[in-house]
Design a protein around this ligand. Structure first.
Ligand code: C5P
Length: 403
């Protein structure tokens, strides 16, 4: 299933200023266009030293503007026309010099002129700084960044690490995929603003001996998509993850655990400090009663080893029993009779909302179909990619929090 077009119908003005990170903006432009955005590129003279307007015109599919005297604009007012109706101006990379110009309200070339002339109430400004670490740490830059924020701009990054100059530190422009994710988040409706969300995701792993264990096929993708959607919706998100191979969604606090007991011991003290708890993890119901210190070996007798199992704590039910419990959402991963099992779980776990899905049909995949079951009845969320479903589920949770 194709991923959602996160920027469909959006118009983004992408400004480039002088810096070696310009080479990454070719990829960023491609990602923005692939996400459905209309991208109008504006470059300063310094940016043109690093990447050509031809490259960015080819990737954006629109003429690139580099001068306020560009006669192609019918009224010769590119600095006004570009931002009227635009959803955002993103300056990436934003050099130290350009940030200083923004702070001073200078307007001696097209990009700074356009930033100053943009309708401040409807066209937000985002900047992705990129510079040497000494330039970033300099009090002048830090002062300018603080002032830029006070003036209403959003600063994305910078990242930290190896720099083109060979030094290591703060000042790297964020990677294109991170800039895209931050822009999508920025433009998302803040349905969960001020809320804290706690999520469990993935399988658990219950060790038998130092090299073996009991686990299941949960990939964690649905839970990670919900964490991302909750962050986009403005929530503060804590994600408690079993063993999975997935990158942490931008802006989400992640705690890795292995066993159901560890997940339980991590979640319980955190739960009361959160307004919402979403239990997507496929927690193992049983664990070996004792852990063998050494690898269990074949002993030549052809008799298979046996071991006792003991029941794991039910994390969701334990959270739902807390006196100051958050709004609890459980998952039911079934292989049949989805609605019936989901209804049964609603009562047994004592939670206001159960989300049913067919486990074998969705484990490890990028798509899913959900059925939401509560005291009122049920609602189907038809087959879609997991991020789209996660966003719909966040909408449903927000509606229940603020009826
Ligand atoms: O029927 P079951 O107990 O597997 O219910 C699944 C729901 O309960 C899921 O939301 C799952 O994350 C949660 N769960 C849990 N702790 C367990 C078992 C399930 O939190 N030990």
């Amino acid at each position: 299933m194709t991923p959602p077009l996160d920027l469909q119908g959006r118009r983004i003005v992408l400004g480039l200023t002088g810096g070696i990170a310009c080479y990454k903006v070719a990829e960023l432009t491609r990602l923005l266009v692939k996400a459905g955005a209309t991208v109008n590129v504006v470059m300063t003279e310094a940016a043109e030293q690093f990447i050509t307007a031809v490259t960015l015109q080819a990737l954006s599919g629109h003429p690139v503007l580099t001068s306020q005297w560009d006669a192609r604009e019918p009224n010769n007012m590119a600095h006004i026309n570009l931002t009227r109706g635009a959803d955002a101006v993103l300056v990436a990379p934003a050099s130290a010099d350009f940030i200083a110009k923004l702070v001073q309200g200078r307007a001696d070339e097209l990009l700074s002129l356009m930033c100053l002339a943009r309708p401040i109430a409807t066209c937000p400004l985002l900047v992705a700084p990129a510079m040497n670490r000494e330039m970033w740490d300099h009090p002048a830059t830090q002062r300018n960044i603080a002032q830029l924020r006070l003036d209403g701009a959003t600063v994305l990054g910078p990242g930290s690490g190896e720099q083109a100059c060979g030094e290591v530190g703060d000042g790297r422009m964020l990677e294109p995929a991170d800039l895209l994710a931050d822009l999508v988040s920025f433009l998302s409706p803040k349905l969960l603003k001020g809320q804290r969300l706690l999520i469990t995701a993935g399988p658990t792993f219950e060790p038998i001996d130092p090299v073996r264990g009991i686990t299941n096929l949960s990939s964690g993708k649905m839970g990670f998509a919900i964490a991302r959607a909750a962050h986009e919706a403005g929530a503060e998100v804590t994600l408690v993850a079993g063993p999975v191979h997935l990158p942490t969604p931008r802006g989400v606090r992640r705690i890795d655990v292995q066993t159901a007991s560890q997940m339980h011991d991590t979640v319980l003290p955190l739960a009361a400090r959160h307004g919402v708890f979403v239990a997507t993890a496929a927690v193992a119901d049983w664990r070996p009663a004792s852990l063998s210190e050494h690898k269990i070996k074949k002993n030549g007798s052809k008799v298979a080893p046996t071991f006792e199992l003991t029941e794991n704590p039910d994390i969701l039910a334990a959270v739902a029993r807390l006196p100051d419990r958050p709004f609890c959402v459980g998952f039911a991963a079934e292989s049949e009779n989805l609605l019936e099992h989901a209804r049964e779980k609603l009562t047994r776990k004592g939670v206001p909302l159960i989300v049913g899905n067919l486990g074998p049909a969705t484990f490890g995949r990028d798509d899913n179909a959900l059925v939401l079951v509560d005291a009122e009845g049920h609602r189907d969320l038809p087959a879609a990619d997991k991020l789209t479903l996660a966003r719909q589920l966040i909408g449903e949770i927000a509606r229940r929090l603020n009826p």
